[in-house]
Design a protein around this ligand. Structure first.
Ligand code: XBP
Ligand code: MG
Length: 254
């Protein structure tokens, strides 16, 4: 195992409520009578990428209007307002990392194992989310960062994972990916990368067939998982467990 590749939304942090609230704040600000409640947003999350999600929804509610010539301009403008609301919400430590994320990234750094990011979210969202837990020079913690700014084709396409592998100079089976959604799992699987899934409430009912393991979260000594996990020495995921799982030794604790 030579690198860990993390998805962002839902994986590094449980961000989709903040995204949903930012979309609704943008709709109100620009005078659109749209409102995305949790049930609708859970369905809309099947479409990765905020702009693609807006387009999908507009076509759902008014296909004719959504076929107009100015649609891309309007979507870009609404999405820029949404991104401002989102970065205001999560900036300054507004949203904590999920259990185990900071600890695993530290463990990987101490072991000389590079970590990377493969996300479909907007670059500005990464700065807002990650400056608080990792400091202003947070980008230095990651050997590769691929996002909506570097990779246009969104998950479940493998493009963003293939771009990370290329930047790392590693093969797919050298790495482990961490995801929260079926879209993300499919993207990593198609790229050939073994994937650990930690769902959130928005993706709990997704199909995670083919995941290396599905866990409630990665756990910490202060916040262990409720149940023991085969192959792990503790009720949290550490590098030793990842190495075993990566070698296919799912049920062999030390
Ligand atoms: C999840 C997404 C993103 C976010 C919204 O990204 O699909 O679109 O929902 O962010 P990830 P944007 O790959 O990190 O799970 O509005 O910036 O797209
Ligand atoms: Mg995600």
């Amino acid at each position: 195992m030579k690198a860990l590749i993390f998805d962002v939304d839902g994986t590094l942090a449980d961000t989709e409520t903040a995204h949903r609230e930012a979309f609704n704040a943008a709709f109100a600000e620009v005078g659109l009578d749209w409102f995305w409640d949790e049930a609708l947003y859970t369905r809309l999350l099947k479409v990765a990428g905020g702009k693609e999600r807006l387009m999908h929804y507009w076509r759902m509610v008014d296909l004719e209007e959504a076929s107009g010539s100015k649609v891309k301009e309007v979507i870009d403008a609404v999405h820029a307002v949404k991104t401002r609301h989102y970065t205001e919400r999560v900036g300054g430590g507004g949203l904590p990392l999920r259990p185990g994320i900071a600890r695993l990234i530290d463990e990987a750094a101490e072991a000389g194992i590079p970590v990377a990011i493969a996300t479909t979210t907007t670059p500005a969202n990464l700065d807002a989310l990650l400056q608080a837990p990792f400091g202003k020079s947070w980008r230095k913690r990651f050997a590769a960062i691929c996002d909506a700014g570097t990779t246009q084709v969104k998950k479940p396409a493998p493009d963003v994972y293939l771009a990370v592998l290329q930047q790392l100079g590693l093969k797919a089976d050298d790495c482990i990916a961490f995801e929260d959604s079926a879209n993300g799992l499919r993207a990593a699987q198609t790229a050939g990368i073994s994937t650990i899934v930690t769902p959130t409430a928005y993706t709990a009912l997704d199909d995670f067939d083919g995941a290396l393991v599905v866990l409630p979260h990665l756990g910490d000594p202060e916040q262990p998982m409720q149940q023991h996990v085969p192959g792990a020495d503790h009720r949290w995921v550490d590098l030793a467990a990842l190495r075993r799982w990566h070698r296919g030794q799912l049920f062999e604790a030390a």
